[in-house]
Design a protein around this ligand. Structure first.
Ligand SMILES: C[S@@+](CC[C@H](N)C(=O)[O-])C[C@H]1O[C@@H](n2cnc3c(N)ncnc32)[C@H](O)[C@@H]1O
Length: 282
């Protein structure tokens, strides 16, 4: 019979070519045995059952095949909350937490209306709903699978104030009388170019949904539609907050004309301009 410690050692050896082998091995042991870190460290000699061992080997095998760790274990942490993910849904990235942070800085914490376009796993909408209990949040996506996952995450994190809507960008909002009613439109849109997609590492290109990442030839197609459509839905003084890709800052800043004041970009922790925030003229 094997112990927790032996499974961990086995994972370390099987994943020795992965840069984060020790972290990943621990995660795979924790998830396949459904144990906490406390149990992992306090009871390393606990025996594991046959079915636990089988689950462990299945998950290590998937990881060895290059399936992203978050898909293997079915979740990814964002804003210190676990979010369920599956292969049809983008894995939330840590840099997107910056978008949540900025919205919280700008929020008046009153009954604001917030639209999250391209909600994916619901990571942005659910995190904002947890932080802003008075806000009314609408979260949209073109992908039914993303919306299913986002609804599940809202339920897991006990936020019932998010309305989920399916549709192509702003068309999801038609008929809801939200014109000039919104305080924030937030989005982490697809912004990768067709060419960049071909150069992405296999772990992303072979497993994550292309439609969640690729916008078109320039990478700015969806960003441009967000910038042109947002004024119709924003109140005077409302904000459009978007994540952008590497090198897109100048072109994106140039999209904002007379209808906007205070257009700024913000860098992520690696010093890359990652966010553009534009305020509709008051
Ligand atoms: C980069 S992912 C972001 C997901 C999530 N918000 C996050 O931050 O991890 C972009 C999301 O936009 C959705 N999407 C792509 N094109 C869309 C469109 N035309 N209308 C609405 N949603 C779209 C994708 O399905 C995907 O879930």
């Amino acid at each position: 019979m094997s112990t927790i410690r032996e499974l961990y050692t086995e994972a370390l050896s099987l994943l020795k070519n992965f840069p984060d082998a020790s972290v990943e091995s621990k995660v795979l042991v924790l998830k396949s045995l459904a144990i906490s870190e406390e149990v992992f460290y306090s009871y390393p000699d606990r025996h594991v059952s046959k079915s636990e061992k089988q689950r462990f080997y299945e998950s290590v095998l998937k990881r060895q095949q290059g399936i992203p760790l978050s898909y293997v274990v079915g979740e990814k942490e964002f804003w210190s909350l676990p979010f369920k993910v599956s292969p049809g849904v983008l894995i939330p990235r840590p840099e997107t937490e910056h978008l949540v942070e900025k919205v919280l800085e700008l929020s008046t914490r009153t009954e604001e209306v917030i639209i999250d376009i391209g909600t994916g796993s619901g990571n942005i909408a659910v995190s904002l709903a947890r932080e802003l209990p008075k806000a009314r949040i609408l979260a949209t996506d073109i992908s039914p699978e993303a919306l299913k996952t986002a609804r599940m995450n809202a339920s897991v994190h006990k936020v019932s104030r998010i309305t989920f809507l399916k549709g192509n960008l702003f068309s999801a909002l038609s008929g809801l009388l939200l014109e000039e009613q919104c305080d924030f439109i937030v989005s982490n849109p697809p912004y990768v170019t067709e060419c960049q997609w071909e150069t992405l590492q296999d772990e992303i290109r072979l497993h994550e949904p292309k439609k969640a990442l690729v916008s078109g030839k320039t990478g700015r197609e969806i960003i441009e539609r967000l910038a042109s459509g947002a004024p119709n839905f924003l109140k005077q003084g409302g904000y459009l907050c978007m994540e952008i890709g590497l090198g897109q800052q100048d072109d994106v800043l140039n999209l904002f004309g007379m209808e906007w004041e205070r257009v700024d970009s913000f860098k992520d922790l690696s010093g890359i301009p990652r966010l553009v925030i534009a305020q509709k003229i008051i």
